[in-house]
Write a protein that binds this ligand. Structure first.
Ligand SMILES: NC(=O)c1ccc[n+]([C@@H]2O[C@H](COP(=O)([O-])OP(=O)(O)OC[C@H]3O[C@@H](n4cnc5c(N)ncnc54)[C@H](O)[C@@H]3O)[C@@H](O)[C@H]2O)c1
Length: 251
């Protein structure tokens, strides 16, 4: 029997990239999946081709408290419960510190950190009530520091601290909290990085693969696989951890 049969998962930023791959993987294991994304149309389109018992795509801005409360309420109303939360929505606004506008600092911190806080605060209520939950947040190797990403690095390391605290506070209620920290993964996000650096996407991928011990870049399914492990019932003794999924490469 698939390990997520009867479970309901929410994946933020699930319209494309790592979030969409994660949603597909969780659905394949039997979960009903709700994809929450700024891009409502794409979230619905991705949900429509997921398979699995039932999946929905909803418009949601994870940085906005009212939007989060409404979306989580709709998930509970339509899918009946909430077992797995994947805090995946993300943006980059890269710049060297001396050129970084305050708005770009705030935007990145808001989507990643405030977003994960708001989503987790909303999701923990049904999880605590049912004494079961799995929370997985997307950190990054950039948490360890990356030139041009002061905002993003701070947010991604912040998520690791949030994760350890969630593990302590929510563990007594049967809820685990873990982070997954990808290395370079092929997606719109890294394609945008190539454009910013004035490189083709192929050039940037080749360059990244060459300095990665496994000699390749990551793909969204590589990350989805790790998230799926942490989302399973069998991973109940794994909590407060950050799992680096980076082909062996630290920045
Ligand atoms: N691609 C990589 O190499 C890489 C590496 C490490 C970590 N990550 C992290 O993985 C996650 C997914 O990255 P990706 O590469 O798939 O990115 P992506 O840009 O392809 O997808 C991000 C998704 O998040 C959505 N989103 C953005 N802001 C939102 C908001 N306020 N509310 C709701 N949805 C919002 C976007 O619409 C998009 O669908 C991010 O948290 C990213 O920081 C990615």
């Amino acid at each position: 029997m698939p390990s997520l049969q009867g479970r309901v998962a929410v994946v933020t930023g699930g319209a494309r990239g790592i979030g969409a791959a994660t949603a597909r993987r969780l659905a394949r294991e039997g979960a009903a999946v709700a994809l929450l994304d700024l891009d409502e149309e794409q979230a619905a389109a991705t949900a429509a081709v997921l398979g699995g018992p039932s999946s929905i795509g909803l418009g949601c801005d994870v940085a906005d408290p009212a939007s989060v409360e409404a979306a989580v309420g709709q998930v509970l109303a339509e899918l009946g419960r909430l077992d797995v939360l994947v805090n995946n929505a993300g943006i980059t606004r890269d710049n060297l510190l001396f050129k970084m506008p305050v708005d770009d600092w705030d935007a990145v911190i808001d989507v990643h950190l405030r977003g994960a806080f708001l989503m987790t605060r909303a999701a923990q209520a049904p999880m605590v009530e049912q004494r079961y939950g799995r929370i997985i947040s997307l950190s990054s190797v950039s948490a360890l520091g990356n030139r041009g990403q002061a905002n993003y690095s701070a947010a991604k390391m912040g998520l690791q601290g949030l994760t350890r605290t969630l593990a302590m506070e929510l563990g007594p209620f049967g809820i685990t909290a873990n982070a997954v920290a990808p290395g370079f993964v092929v997606s719109e996000m890294t394609d945008a990085t190539a454009r910013r650096l004035g490189m083709s996407t192929a050039q940037l991928r080749e360059q990244s693969a060459a300095v990665t011990p496994v000699r390749r870049v990551g793909h969204p399914d590589d990350i989805a696989h790790a998230i799926c492990f942490l989302a399973g019932e069998e991973a109940g003794f794994v909590t407060g951890q950050t799992l680096y999924v980076d082909g062996g490469r630290r920045l």
